[in-house]
Design a protein around this ligand. Structure first.
Ligand SMILES: [Zn+2]
Length: 401
């Protein structure tokens, strides 16, 4: 058994199961024994022998895997048919309550870390560190143009160098973990356009430089080809959606795909959807979908760093635990089953800046563990057969358990 250096003996919990996916290796470990001390993984072994003390929990036929990580959620959107309208009708205190409900739903669904890429009034920052919620990495309100995409979240900046610098400084002063900037228009905002960049290139660059100076990573919402190109030139750390949207289609230039891959810019693929009868994507999305999937596949084949940033919360097909539904879609892009699981655990944790503490079952890592029936590498459906969820060493209460 590999163990971290034990300190004062804390509360020990021992999980025994049939298999373990450790977040990194493609091969499952048989008959794992995971020893948890308080909120941290103390040791990982195999062979079924448990240490002499501690509470032993046997999970026969089950696989242990790292708690899931979604790099793009909106706790403030309620996954209803009208998330924007519902948000507008709520006072901040009601929004904070709804966000906590969303977080608990995520946690019950095995999602132990979320990166919130757009709230209202910096409300997600106040939810960080709560024992009943996933670990939250927070962007606050996305920085956007006057009347631009998601302006109603309150992150409007003047579209000038000084304007975005001030907005980035305000976000830093509030204590955000990451800067989200709307480089193009988007679906949820009538009047904004997916096919157009929102900021002049030098303004986008100034925002990224200011964030760099303050030690904050930047991820850019980018549909339009120009917005993607500008964000890449500006040196963003990540891109969300990356649909290469044009007025009537999509167009992904080969050199831009290669640049994204070569510069190790993280592609947040908006994958993961629950089947909801009668719900179809908007026509403008549906008609572009085959080409969008083909372009995502090209990104994958170019070696781009890719994760599932689901946009959880924006529609009924996107509940807050939707990332469990990402692996089959990642499979369509070329991911092997184990690569898909890495994309929603260890790789996603790294993208959230938590590669040292999340996304792996290994000594010293946080004891965020999802336990499912069956083998999720052989059968992605197994991810939905949840037996238990541990968040920082504590079992999450699930209805009926
Ligand atoms: Zn979003």
């Amino acid at each position: 058994m590999t163990t971290a250096v034990p300190g004062e003996r804390g509360r020990l919990t021992v999980l025994r199961a049939a298999w373990l996916f450790d977040g990194m290796s493609s091969a499952l470990i048989r008959d794992p024994v995971v020893v948890i001390e308080d909120s941290t993984i103390l040791g990982v072994g195999s062979g079924g022998r448990a240490p002499e003390h501690g509470t032993v929990i046997d999970l026969p036929g089950a696989t242990l895997l790292p708690g899931l990580v979604d790099t793009h959620v909106h706790l403030a959107f309620d996954a209803s048919a009208d998330p924007v309208g519902n948000l507008a009708r709520r006072h901040d205190s009601e929004v904070a309550e709804a966000m906590a409900r969303a977080g608990r739903a995520a946690l019950r669904g095995g999602v132990t870390t979320v990166r919130d890429l757009g709230d209202r009034g910096y409300l997600s920052l106040g939810l960080r560190g709560r024992a009943d919620l996933p670990t939250i990495v927070a962007a606050g309100p996305p920085i956007t143009t006057p009347g631009g995409h998601c302006h109603y979240l309150g992150g409007t900046a003047a579209p000038t160098i000084e304007g975005v610098q001030a907005a980035v400084r305000e976000h830093a002063a509030r204590g955000v973990d990451v800067i989200k900037i709307m480089a193009s228009g988007g679906n949820l905002t009538p009047g904004s356009r997916e096919d157009l960049a929102q900021f002049p290139p030098e303004v986008l660059s100034a925002a990224v430089d200011e964030a760099d100076r303050l030690g904050l990573p930047v991820t850019a919402h980018a549909h339009a080809v120009d917005a993607i190109a500008d964000a890449v030139a500006a040196g963003v750390d990540g891109l969300e959606h990356v649909t290469f949207w044009t007025e009537d289609s999509v167009d992904a230039p080969a050199h831009l795909i290669q640049l994204i891959a070569d510069q190790r810019i993280v592609v947040g693929a908006t994958v993961g959807m629950v089947p909801v009868p009668g719900m179809a994507p908007p026509p403008a999305v549906a008609m572009r979908m085959p080409a969008m999937i083909a372009n995502m596949r090209r990104l994958y084949e170019s070696g781009a760093v890719m994760v599932a940033g689901t946009d959880a919360g924006i529609a009924p097909v996107k509940p807050h635990d939707v990332v469990r539904h990402a692996p089959p879609m990642l499979g369509q892009l070329g991911f092997s089953p184990a690569e898909a699981l890495r994309a929603i655990t260890s790789v996603a944790a790294g993208v959230c800046g938590l590669g040292h503490s999340k996304g792996r079952i290994a000594p010293g890592f946080d004891a965020d563990i999802l336990c499912v029936d069956g083998d999720p590498v052989a059968d992605p459906e197994a991810l939905h057969r949840i037996r238990a969820v541990y968040a920082r060493g504590t079992a999450v209460t699930r209805p009926g358990s």
